[in-house]
Design a binder for this molecule. Structure first.
Ligand SMILES: [Zn+2]
Length: 459
């Protein structure tokens, strides 16, 4: 059934709660039109229906923090690789991620990928920040290769004037939101330059004036405090140092969400130690360049003794990295206990955190102490709220019929979220074939061309 008018289901997670009564969900013009009980006497599904009984029906998943145009290597100097980007995007969609919240890529690429997702159901929807706004000497410009800087992956903001003009540039490029980088220490815990309070505030003020939300990359308590001073709209990443009670209270009082991205950090040590480069269950979903990067990283990790090998966190004591992950998990619970909304983000593809394996991040959130409903909300309604995509993320009348059917019961076994049986975007069943790959490849090439054209024009 490629375009069912109706879904019949006896186990539904509606984006907020589980509903166990049999339901009939009628679709019209790509949206959910009506939800009604499916009478027990009605044993047979009506004609034109998709019968999801025995499985679980959920909203399409929303990865609220990813980097849609990245290949996923550990190394900072990825060569452009359209085929790898396409495989990442389409694998994510096939595995149930119908909307990607991109948190950093070039504006040309963001426009091309978003246009593809708007034109086609066999590609994921993309909402993007475009370039990162950064302190000229701070993260990620301390680390980013000159080539990526030249093509506009990040914009330096040294004072209030350049900050406001950077936001205008992002808005003029048609981006959906603004991403600012606030990091007082590097991933290896070295002190870093960071925006002054007036520059961070100018970014948020200008973005809000132009109707854009601002999401802050933040990794330490001091980062959270500066982001809160600037009045950002959400915090990206759970902190590596223990959050002060006052900081947690400020996040709660600000009414903003946190996208924790635990897995991207936890998997760094775990994947190297468990040699996922040799694990067919893991390598099957990624491209050869990524597997080769995993191998290089795992070999370097095995040879680097007590510290992480050269790379984004090179030189950091492995024990300290593990402590940071433990703190991030504990902070997540402090925030959740303070009733801060939590959203799901993979921060992938990067290293061992790949797109379309929501069960990895949700599993570690659950292990940290979140109940399963909260984890599933994070990946559906909370992601939509964070991104301001209020037409999706829940199963209720008026919402887009972005739906997934998974085998089993995620309430008993969260791993079921990765056993996706069918994916629907706008009510249409997604089939990712050769034509979808070709179209997505053409879109990525258009994105690269637009990126280079912008770089040449200096826009
Ligand atoms: Zn990120």
């Amino acid at each position: 059934m490629d375009r069912p008018d109706t879904f019949i289901a006896d186990r539904v997670f509606d984006g907020r709660n589980f509903r166990d009564e049999p339901l009939r969900i009628d679709i019209a013009a790509g949206r959910i039109a009506r939800i009604s009980p499916f009478a027990p006497g009605d044993a047979a599904a009506p004609d034109g229906a998709f019968d999801a009984r025995g499985s679980t029906l959920l909203p399409g998943l929303i990865d609220a923090h990813c980097h849609a145009a990245r290949v996923g290597l550990f190394e900072p100097d990825e060569a452009p690789n359209p085929a790898a980007v396409v495989k990442n995007l389409l694998t994510a969609l096939e595995r149930g991620v119908t909307t990607l919240g991109d948190m950093g890529c070039t504006a040309g690429m963001a426009r091309a990928l978003r246009a593809l997702g708007e034109a086609r159901v066999d590609a994921p929807a993309v909402r993007s920040s475009g370039p990162l706004l950064a302190d000229p000497l701070g993260y990620p410009l301390d680390w980013m290769r000159p080539f990526h800087r030249r093509i506009g992956a990040a914009i330096p903001c040294g004072d209030e004037r350049s900050a406001r003009s950077a936001v205008e540039r992002v808005a003029r490029a048609g981006m959906d939101h603004v991403k600012i980088c606030i990091m007082h220490q590097s991933y290896a815990y070295h002190p870093l330059h960071v925006f002054s309070r007036s520059v961070a505030t100018a970014i948020v003020d200008e973005a809000h004036r132009l109707g854009l939300r601002v999401f802050a990359h933040a990794h330490f308590d001091a980062d959270y405090r500066l982001a809160l001073d600037a009045k950002v709209d959400a915090l990206m990443h759970s902190a590596f140092d223990p959050l002060a009670a006052e900081t947690v209270a400020r996040v709660r009082d600000a009414g903003i969400a946190v996208c924790a991205t635990l897995w991207v950090f936890q998997s760094t040590c775990l994947g190297a130690e468990e040699r996922w480069d040799r694990d067919a269950g893991r390598t099957g979903g990624v491209t050869r360049p990524v597997v080769r990067s995993w191998r290089r990283f795992a070999e370097a990790y095995a040879a680097s003794g007590d510290v992480l090998p050269p790379g984004i966190a090179g030189g950091l004591l492995k024990d300290r990295a593990r402590e940071g992950v433990r703190n991030a998990r504990a902070n997540l619970m402090l925030l959740h206990d303070a009733r801060v909304p939590i959203a799901y983000g993979s921060d992938g593809p990067y290293g061992f955190s790949v797109l379309g394996r929501a069960g990895d991040e949700l599993g570690v959130m659950h292990a940290a102490g979140l109940d399963i409903e909260t984890c599933l909300r994070a990946a559906t309604s909370r992601g939509a709220e964070l991104l301001g995509a209020d037409d999706r993320g829940s199963i209720e009348p008026g919402r887009r019929a972005d739906l997934i059917v998974v085998d089993g019961d995620p309430r008993r076994d969260l791993g079921a979220i990765d056993r996706v049986r069918a994916v629907f975007r706008g009510g249409v069943r997604v089939a990712v074939g050769a034509a979808a790959h070709a179209r997505a490849g053409a879109a990525v090439v258009r994105g690269l061309a637009a990126t280079l054209a912008d770089a040449v024009r200096g826009t």
